[in-house]
Ligand binder design. Structure first.
Ligand code: ADP
Length: 538
């Protein structure tokens, strides 16, 4: 079954090829280009380039193996990105890297002196033709990538199994490489001569080399006008360096195994691994973003469940006994009445005991509420704006999922309050969650407004207003009563616990209707005044 195509900003946040580069990344890419180009020009254009170092036998196998590994891993990572995003552009550029990796094989096999003096296969001209062909065709992949990547998302992405597209395109690329390699190896005798001997470039070299360099330059221009992602940025860097490789190679030394020649190869290896370095760096960043997202989600869930779970567990434990007693006494009372001659006195006794058990259950609720007011509080000085910001960050996904517009102006002039951060955050989370529940089932504009202000001289007020269904006038006070709920899966405990927590902070929690519709929950908490906090803590 086709997977979803990553398209929303949230999905783009977790996919590599779509994320736009920030100013820091752009600056870094520019520095990389400038450093590479400066070092390269210093080496290849200066007198250093004419020094003939002689042939270092190990260089070609090491350089080609490094390039092969780096290009193959880049191709695999880009194919993996394609399998997530299904973008044709990614499939094309992944095949571009597969192509360059595969072209290195005939280059190595034909290179004179690596396996045998004249090269394992092919002739004198084969190596250079393979080399030029590789540098001429890779920019075509880049141009195709640049042209395919924007536009109608429906058209630019592939439907069907990603693995089929990957295998089919990889087979086509491999067949293409095999065909051209065969041409350059078997038809070597009829190829225009580029090399004079195994070390020196012939007069034809620049006439082939310069158009090949222009291909990279053309790719650079196309990509420049269509750039919008980090991947584009690093491909631009690669194309920028590739367009200089061949001209500098020719003008610096015009022969193999000079300093210029070695630096061009090293430069090419660094350039070709740039996209790989970027992909590996981004994958690491992606893991850290995912980890943060998971931790945020877990914190949100824990914060929501903490109150409900703890209270539900306590209640289940405390209620079990009075409830069991009530059922037994109800049975007994019923049996007294069900006799041929009903025993009214004993039945009355049983029903009186049921009432007493009910009172005990009520006392249990009160004691839980009282313990929430006092126990386990870690009081610190708190900025209400931070509390609101934290609670909103935790509910961001829910708001987005339900298409709720958030209106939350920060109020910088607020006095701070003394309180338990976790408990107050739970209150805000509960009010926001209720507001979302209420708006999620309503048509019309959905707006959540969370504002703060100062009331009178010494109260900090936080309002959570929604445009949901609102509360019926007969229910407006009952919503704070334990076990009152209008939701099918509701526990009816949230608001009563919230009120207990706020009262435990010497504050007030109330609700008024919103206009034109919805509800406004208001929390008033005493502002912290130096010298009074100690009194509050007692
Ligand atoms: P629960 O959410 O489990 O029902 P609460 O104590 O949090 O428990 O809420 C009790 C009831 O108050 C809800 O079932 C709902 O009827 C009502 N209520 C709470 N907040 C709102 C709101 N923002 N808009 C409309 N009704 C609300």
């Amino acid at each position: 079954m086709p997977k979803a195509v990553a398209g929303t900003p949230e999905e783009q946040h977790y996919t590599l090829a779509n994320s736009p580069p920030g100013p820091a990344q752009k600056r870094f890419a520019l520095v990389v280009v400038l450093v590479l180009v400066t070092v390269f020009i210093l080496i290849t254009a200066g007198p250093l380039s004419r020094i003939e170092t002689g042939r270092v036998e190990a260089f070609i196998p090491i350089y080609l193996t490094g390039m092969f590994v780096s290009d193959s891993i880049t191709a695999v990572l880009l194919f993996a990105q394609f399998s997530i995003q299904r973008s044709r552009a990614l499939l094309v550029i992944a095949n571009g890297y597969l192509f360059t990796a595969l072209m290195l094989i005939p280059y190595l096999l034909t290179f004179p002196g690596v396996f045998t003096r004249t090269g394992l296969i092919g002739g004198l001209q084969s190596t250079s033709w393979v080399y030029f062909f590789q540098y001429a065709v890779f920019p075509v992949f880049v141009i195709a990538y640049a042209l395919l990547k924007d536009g109608n998302p429906g058209k630019r992405s592939l439907r069907g199994a990603a693995s089929t597209a990957i295998v089919a395109s990889a087979v086509a690329t491999t067949a293409f490489v095999l065909a051209v390699s065969f041409l350059f190896i078997a038809g070597e005798a009829s190829l225009p001569p580029i090399m004079l001997d195994s070390s020196h470039f012939g007069p034809l070299w620049p006439y082939v080399g310069l158009p090949v360099a222009l291909m990279s330059f053309a790719a650079l221009i196309v990509l420049w006008f269509r750039r919008n992602s980090m991947l584009d940025l690093w491909l631009l860097v690669v194309m920028c360096t590739y367009s200089m490789l061949i001209p500098l190679n020719y003008f610096s030394s015009s022969m193999r195994f000079g300093i210029g020649w070695y630096s061009v190869r090293t430069f090419a290896a660094i350039s070709s691994s740039l996209v790989l370095i970027f992909l590996l760096y981004e994958i690491t960043m992606l893991y850290s973003r995912l980890l943060h997202a998971i931790l945020d989600q877990r914190r949100e869930r824990d914060a929501r469940l903490m109150t409900g779970d703890a209270v539900a567990a306590t209640m289940a434990h405390e209620f079990r006994q009075p409830l069991a007693a009530m059922m037994t006494r109800a049975d007994t009372g019923f049996r007294w009445l069900n006799r041929p001659v009903p025993d009214l006195d004993n039945a009355k006794d049983a029903f009186k005991q049921i009432t007493a058990d009910g009172r005990r259950a009520e006392a249990v609720i009160e004691s839980i509420r009282a313990s929430l007011k006092q126990q386990g509080q870690i009081r610190t000085l708190l900025d209400v704006n931070d509390l609101i910001g934290d609670a909103l960050a935790l509910t961001r996904d829910d708001l987005r999922r339900h298409g709720i517009h958030l209106n939350s102006p920060a109020n910088s002039g607020l006095p701070r309050i003394m309180g338990d951060r976790i408990q107050l955050q739970q209150v805000l989370l509960n009010l926001i969650a209720n507001a979302i529940d209420s708006m999620a089932v309503e048509d019309g504009p959905r707006v959540l407004s969370v504002s703060s202000g100062v009331h009178g001289d010494d109260d900090v007020v936080v309002s959570v207003a929604d445009t949901g269904a609102g509360i019926r006038s007969q229910d407006i006070q009952r919503v704070f009563t334990p076990l009152f709920t209008t939701k099918s899966g509701g526990m009816g405990l949230g608001l009563s616990i919230c009120r207990s927590i706020i009262e435990g902070h010497h504050g007030r929690l109330g609700v008024v209707p919103n206009t034109p519709k919805g509800a406004v929950f208001q929390i008033a908490l005493p502002a912290h005044v130096a010298g009074i906090s100690a009194d509050m803590d007692r």
